[in-house]
Write a protein that binds this ligand. Sequence first.
Ligand code: GTP
Length: 597
Amino acid sequence: MDRQESIRNFCIIAHIDHGKSTLADRMLERTGALTEREMSAQVLDQMDLERERGITIKLQAVRLKYSASDGEQYQLNLIDTPGHVDFSYEVSRSLAACEGALLVVDAAQGIQAQTLANVYLALEHDLEIIPVVNKIDLPSANPEAVIKELEDIIGINGDEVILASAKTGEGIGEILDAIVERIPSPAVDSNKPLRALIFDSHFDSYKGAIPYIRVVDGRVKKGMEIKMMSSGRVFEVNEVGVFTPAMKMVDTLSAGEVGFLSASCKEVRDTRVGDTITTVKNGADKPLPGYRKATPMVFCGLFPVDSNDYEDLRDALDRLQLNDASLVFEPETSVALGFGFRCGFLGMLHMEIVQERLEREYKINLITTAPNVIYEVTTPNNEVLNIDNPTNLPAEVEKIAEPFVKATVMVPDDYVGPVMELCQEKRGRYETMEYLSELRVILTYYLPLSEIIYDFYDQLKSRTRGYASLDYELTAYRESNLVKLDILINGEVVDALSCIVHRDKAYYRGRNLTSKLKELIPRQMFEIPIQAAIGNKVIARVTVKALRKNVLDKCYGGDITRKKKLLEKQKEGKKRMKQVGNVEIPQEAFMAVLSID
Ligand SMILES: Nc1nc2c(ncn2[C@@H]2O[C@H](COP(=O)(O)OP(=O)(O)OP(=O)(O)O)[C@@H](O)[C@H]2O)c(=O)[nH]1
């Protein structure tokens, strides 16, 4: 075993908004990877959407050259990690590509749920942790209290904590030196057969899917025949390179190094995160540990408002999938909404991002149905079905199981009551409560994922005035007393509005959903009954009264331009309407179930 003495591979882990991207930018600036002018926009978060939402979605990897205080030149590879629970598998893969991690904690907010989740992940991977308390320039900063939390909760030695401000640049030099001094250089054996870990990828229209890799053993260079160990697919390497952050070609990537390669891989599914790349000839016989296929947890139907857009929607999904291996979809036909797709996502944020990209980048008007989880349904003859669409729930079921998560909520102790109340309402099972410090508490609950994807997070934030933070992980499937709730509009079941709910909540949901729909469905020329039913049993009913007046009645005389404008405006308003039978239903109606509690 040798060491690549001059290399350090590290990532930054932090709770959302604690300043990870800003800190990364400062380090790029300090090491001369970018001039100040180029820094105008945060560089590591590249997609528009990311910038707007201010969160990191995709991982990036940048090679920095740093002249340390010891006079030596070092190659620092910074691997950025996404900060959202939807992408925790990707976080775990980028951690696996590093020897160390900067743990960034906001000096005003202290340790939050994702801070802890990420630290545990980093410790599992044996990473050297450099604690950084950021935002010390804030008037509300309380670095001493945060250092104490780090000592008490994570067992970090307070003397090792670096105080910094990514805003003013304070502490950045100290952080860079600590990376060199404290993080071990990668231990390597270049004589072993190639093994490279894929920790991310992106799609380039000319070069195909580009895997981002950490070479663990051996080396990779142009012209080599390589194999993806999970799929066995074989490619020839066209290029290898590094991000500086611009893509720069290099001759070889050796054990310990981080970079990318291009090999005419047609789709990102060929370059799955977590997979191992080896050579075809004399390749490794065992892949690197920890690979798993990303599994979608949340499903919804996507339908074009205009049925002529169906093919465009398929093309757009195909294109998005090139870039996003965790997006899955298959054609779905709904009686109410016509032809569309059933799509699977890692979580709610992932779902929202895909929907927004379809509308923004591909200009497709969509009707989205309410998201749901996958149910494990056992039929009377003991067949087990995975149901990702409430419509497909068989009439006769023996039992239904649903996914549960272990949720960790961190909150000031004043709010323990409201949080517990919320968890109870959401069918949570209390597990533990621990004091983080005198004033802050960690609560753990087992909760059905289906309750979390509704409005749990929003409720949590509003009931704790924004102070609570949440993290969760999937644990197991458990049997629940669930039923299918159907909605009938004008006497007909609207399949796209069916949902699976807990029996105890069915009446309540049915009542609320029907009255919500009554608000959302515009009055039309005739009376529209809206009913909620379980099987044949109607449990709630409301009526949308008939409309008497025509909008055009408002126009006096023959003012044709005004009339046209009005009709134009009406058409605009109709864009998101879907004709179901002879009733027009607006987009919001299909999501109503999300906002009724
Ligand atoms: N005052 C002050 N503000 C900071 C500092 N560092 C970051 N910020 C601000 O905090 C906010 C969040 O910073 P980001 O760098 O986007 O946070 P992040 O951790 O990358 O967030 P995600 O990408 O969502 O994980 C931004 O508005 C920054 O300008 C700091 O040292 N001082």
